[in-house]
Design a protein around this ligand. Sequence first.
Ligand SMILES: Nc1nc2[nH]c(I)nc2c(=O)[nH]1
Length: 278
Amino acid sequence: PSLDDPATDPREIAAAAAREIAARSGVDRHDLALVLGSGWGGAADLLGETVADLPAEELPGFSAPVVPGHGGRIRSIRLSSQPSAEPSEVRHALVLGARTHYYEGKGVRRVAHAARVASACGASTLVLTNGCGSVRREWGPGSVVLVSDHLNLTGTSPLEGATFVDLTDLYSARLRGVAREVDADLPEGVYAQFRGPHYETPAEVRMAGVMGADLVGMSTALEAIAAREAGLEVLGLSLVTNLAAGVSAEALSHEEVLQAGSDAGPRISRLLAEIAGR
Ligand SMILES: Nc1nc2[nH]c(I)nc2c(=O)[nH]1
């Protein structure tokens, strides 16, 4: 069976990957899963003790990282939030450092795979983090925004067939409340997923704003829909790495994107570790 075979149920591949993760990590249930996007990579170390660190491409349904050596790892982490917990109470997090973007053209099944694997590993919560552009001038590079809802501008769905899934409260209000217990000043915004890989034109950024988007990116929405269908409660966290095209005079520079991500790293890693511990 393969994700590229329409006759294969994607959940079958996700279950195979989950069995492999349990076998190789020795952890038979992961309570929480996190997808770490641009700028969020440093959070894994703060979550707790790494129990296993696996190359994603060795697991069913995952592919090698787009940028060799960058990401492409799946880590099982023993959350250090309850040092004195009984063995049965210990919570384990699965850090999925192997996001497939829709713009890679590998199909929606591979975009949705990590969310399905998280569910197959026993997780009840998925934290989706990303780097994004801001439509709002006041949210400059380094701003962290709670995703309150999304606009799926990809024109596609990660779901197949008559899977009519309700997306009300897709970005769990309860989990946003937990995040605000950690940092009460966290703003909320609507995230628009564009197909990419090109950035938006200034006119498209204005369009997204008119339609109610505060953030623009190339991930997250499709993954969140797949996570909801898999029964996961979803928290979305965006790191603004740049003002979207046209919001300010100067052009986008990839260096600016990378710099903003690394500057905000320590602060957002602590935030994520705090939230994960609750
Ligand atoms: N679509 C879109 N995706 C992004 N990812 C990052 I980092 N910045 C952007 C951006 O400005 N637009």
